[in-house]
Design a protein around this ligand. Structure first.
Ligand SMILES: N[C@@H](CCC(=O)N[C@@H](CS)C(=O)NCC(=O)O)C(=O)O
Length: 202
């Protein structure tokens, strides 16, 4: 009986902790929930995620939100040193850098496009959409450079930062195609070919 439950909506940021569990063979339960605004605003869901977003993870008595934090907690509790470089090393610092970049710098404009569309519908402001797309392009340029001539982000090899950024690239490519960023595209394709990603996406 798994003690970890990940509340999941296919294609959303719950992909990150689920993908990590798949890669590490951690036993977890996937609880698929509704993405309806009314469900996310319900007292029942707000008790788990006070801002009504997805995902949520529980592990025994712990209930938490923020997908990249979940990835780190899973590494701390069950990773046994796998999928992260040695703590304190430069590679570990870069793993943190790219994980934070994944959510706060790249996923942010992508998420804002989704939110803006959802909230404003027909009345969306083209200048806002264009500005967010420009922010994504800037991030994709940075990723493209970072993975030029290498398979993964840090020398250690495939690690949790690739999971965090891989999801953000999946999100971003729905708004800005990766075609103009051949290294980032090849990197994303390498990540997307992993069974863990495929199993996490649905
Ligand atoms: N930083 C949060 C972001 C969570 C987030 O924005 N989730 C999206 C789905 S991928 C969501 O629930 N959006 C609904 C909304 O923002 O109203 C995390 O990484 O968990």
């Amino acid at each position: 009986m798994p003690v970890i439950t990940i509340y999941h909506v296919p294609g959303t940021r719950s992909v990150r902790p689920i993908w990590l569990c798949e890669e590490l063979g951690i036993d977890y339960k996937k609880e698929v929930i509704s993405f309806d605004a009314s469900f996310r605003a319900s007292p029942e869901w707000r008790r788990l995620n006070p801002v009504g977003k997805v995902p949520v993870m529980t592990d025994g008595d712990l209930t938490m939100f923020e997908s990249c934090a979940m990835v780190q907690v899973l590494l701390d509790r069950y990773g046994e040193g796998r999928l992260e470089p040695q703590r304190g090393s430069d590679d570990h610092a870069l793993m943190q850098q790219w994980s934070w970049f994944a959510e706060s710098t790249l996923a942010r404009p992508a998420g804002e496009i989704v939110n803006h569309r959802r909230v404003f519908g027909e009345k969306q402001i083209p200048e806002v959409m264009a500005e967010m797309a420009d922010r994504i392009r800037l991030c994709l340029t940075a990723v493209d450079k970072a993975v030029t001539g290498r398979d993964f982000l840090v020398d250690y090899g495939f690690c949790a930062a690739d999971i965090n950024l891989g999801y953000s690239l999946h999100l971003a490519r729905g708004h800005v195609p990766l075609d103009d960023y051949p290294n980032a595209r090849a990197y994303f394709e390498r990540l997307a070919a992993r069974p863990g990603f495929k199993n996490a996406l649905t």
